[in-house]
Design a protein around this ligand. Structure first.
Ligand code: DX5
Ligand code: ZN
Length: 221
């Protein structure tokens, strides 16, 4: 069977004044995931939204809520994001004083547990935790803003994570600069989930966009 990956549109590139319309667009595109970029203005130089926003949209969508916390000391807020209805909570290894305690907290709520690295952080920073993770998130741009270009070297980290995976259960997710020009390389690197913000919301035919990206079809640059 043809391999296919999960496409996770990020609402970061949506019009927040019509967030329910954006969720409907995502649902109609045929994917099951939505990526929720939470930014605190400390870990990254931008601010987006918090648990209340997620709790408010939760009743309006059955999508898998994939929360990406770009927040310093996220352990302080895990409970709030669980209550808000996130299905998966991903934190940054660089943002936690105690990574293990933070992961334990996520797991205590029974939601999916993810750990992320910025482009400059090596895979070795994730290694002690790989056995316990449901998801590893490789940032392919510097976190903070949508619409940036994918940093090609980050795909080597995806390949490394795919290579050392063995019988571990984690999904490998990539985030930043995924579009029709980069999807071939992204797909070949061995990812399981690809986040797409600006390219998804800029696509006229979103169902066609998702269908093509999920099987790695794009235009090579
Ligand atoms: C960046 C965010 C990404 C972003 C991706 O810090 O984590 O999820 O929305 O957007 P694009 O696809 O436009 O690079
Ligand atoms: Zn993200």
């Amino acid at each position: 069977m043809e391999r296919s990956i999960i496409i996770a549109p990020s609402v970061l590139s949506a019009d927040f004044s019509d967030i329910r319309g954006a969720l409907t667009d995502i649902e109609h595109s045929g994917t099951d995931w939505v990526h929720l970029d939470v930014m605190d203005g400390q870990f990254v130089p931008n601010i987006t939204f918090g648990p209340k926003f997620i709790a408010d949209i939760r009743p309006h969508s059955e999508l898998y809520f994939d929360a990406h916390l770009m927040v310093d000391e996220p352990i302080r807020f895990i409970e709030h994001f669980d209550k808000a209805g996130c299905d998966n909570i991903t934190v940054h290894v660089e943002a936690c004083r105690n990574v293990q305690e933070t992961l334990d907290k996520i797991k205590s709520f029974g939601v999916g547990c993810g750990l992320s690295i910025r482009p400059q952080t090596p895979v070795s920073a994730l290694e002690p935790y790989l056995d316990q993770l449901d998801l590893v998130l490789v940032m392919s741009v510097n976190p903070g803003f949508g619409g940036q270009g994918l940093i090609p070297e980050t795909l080597d980290k995806v390949k490394e994570l795919a290579k050392i995976k063995g019988d571990r259960g984690y999904l490998i997710e990539i985030d930043g600069g995924v579009n029709s020009s980069t999807i071939c390389d992204v797909f070949e690197s061995g990812v399981d989930v690809a986040v797409t913000g600006s390219a998804f919301f800029g696509a006229k035919d979103k169902a066609e966009f998702v269908r093509r990206l999920s099987v790695g079809q794009g235009e090579r640059r």
